[in-house]
Design a protein around this ligand. Sequence first.
Ligand SMILES: *Cc1c(COP(=O)(O)O)cnc(C)c1O
Length: 411
Amino acid sequence: MAKINDNYLKLKAGYLFPEIARRVNAFAQANPDAQIIKLGIGDVTEPLPEACCTAMMKAVQDMGDRATFKGYGPEQGYSWLREKIAASDFQARGCDINAEEIFISDGSKCDTGNILDIFGHDNAIAITDPVYPVYLDTNVMAGNTGPGNDAGKYEGVRYLPITADNNFTAEIPSEKVDLIYLCFPNNPTGATATKSDLKAWVDYANANGSIIFFDAAYEAFITDSDLPHSIYEIDGAKSCAIEFRSFSKNAGFTGTRCALTVVPKTLTAKAADGSDVELWKLWNRRHCTKFNGVSYIVQRGAEAVYTEAGQAQTKALVSFYLENAKIICAKLTAAGLKVYGGVNAPYVWVQTPAGLSSWDFFDKLLHNCNVVGTPGSGFGAAGEGYFRISAFNSRENVEEATQRITEKFKV
Ligand SMILES: *Cc1c(COP(=O)(O)O)cnc(C)c1O
C-alpha cells in the first residue's frame, strides 16, 4: 500500500487569499456598481524592461539557428550570467563572492523551500512572525515541526515577533537556534535592517554554529545608501549565511522566472559524525541532481539587466513602484492612519486604528472605500492589528484608492 508524507496533513489550508476572495465576491455581488481596487497583490504589474525583451528575442533566434542553438546548459547557470551577477551585485559592494558560489534557478520561492533538502531534520528553526509563508510551510512539509494549532502556530518552531516595539527587526533569541530565516527589506512589513542589525545576527550565528537564510528579493528597493543590500556586506557572513535573490521584483520576472542562490564555499555545517561538511558541495549536488537549469532565453533576459540600458530601465521600474508607495504613505497618513515601511520597500504596513482587528479593518476598507488589501494576521499571529498595502499597481489605481481612503475611511 502506498503511503503519503503525513506531514502534508499538518498544513493549514491556504486560508488567507481564499477568504479575501470570498469577502470581495460577496461584497461585489451585493454592490454590483462598486469599482473595487485591489492593493493586495504581491505581484508586479508593469511590463518587462525593453532591454530584457530585446535580449530574449535575440536568444529565441539563437535557438532557431543550428550555428547558435543551445541544448542543456550548465545546471548552475551560464558563466556569462554568473560572472555579471558576482561583479555587479556583490563585488561592486565589497562582497567577496565569486561566480562559482552563485547558482541560477527558476525562483527564490523554490530555492527557499528546496534548501531544506541539504539540512537534517533535528535543527531548531527560527522564523519571524509575520512571515513569508513559504519558509514555514516547507518546514512543515519536511517534517521539521510538530502539529499546528488553530492559530497556525506549529510546535517546535521558534517564532520571532516583528512589531513596532522592535522596529520590525526581530530580536536575537536568547536560546540556541540552528536555522534562521531573515527577509530584508521585508515582505510583508516593508521594514529594513541596518548593518548593525545584521551584524548582530551574523555574530549570533557564528557563535552558535547557526546558518542564516537571507532573502534579499527586495534589495533593489533600497534607496537609503547606509542600508546593506547583501548580508555579505557584513563581516563574518561568509561563514554563516546563504543569500537568495530574484529577478522577480527588480526586473518584473515573476512570470518569466529567474533567481539565484549564493552559497559561499567557506560555509560548513555538521555531519552526524561531527565533521564539518561544505554546504556548497551539497547544494551543488542537489541542484545538479534535481534541476536542469534555467532556459537559455531567460538567462539572456536576466543578463540584459546588467547592461547600461537594463540598469536604467530596472531602476525606473523600481522608482515607479517606490513613488506609488510614497503616495500610499502620504495619503494614509493624511487620513490619520499610522503607516510603516513603504520607503525602501514596495509594501506599506498600516497599523489598524482604534483597536480594529486586521479583518475588521479589511471589511471597513472594502465597505467604505471599495479598496482591498491584505490582513496582517494572515502572515502570522504578530501581524494582528496590521494591514499590508502593496505598491505593485498602476499609478491611476494607487491615486484613486488612496484618495478614497483619505475622503471616506471611517472607523
Ligand atoms: C516575491 C518574493 C520572492 C521571489 O520569489 P520568486 O520565486 O523568485 O518569484 C522571494 N521572497 C519573497 C519574500 C518574496 O516576496
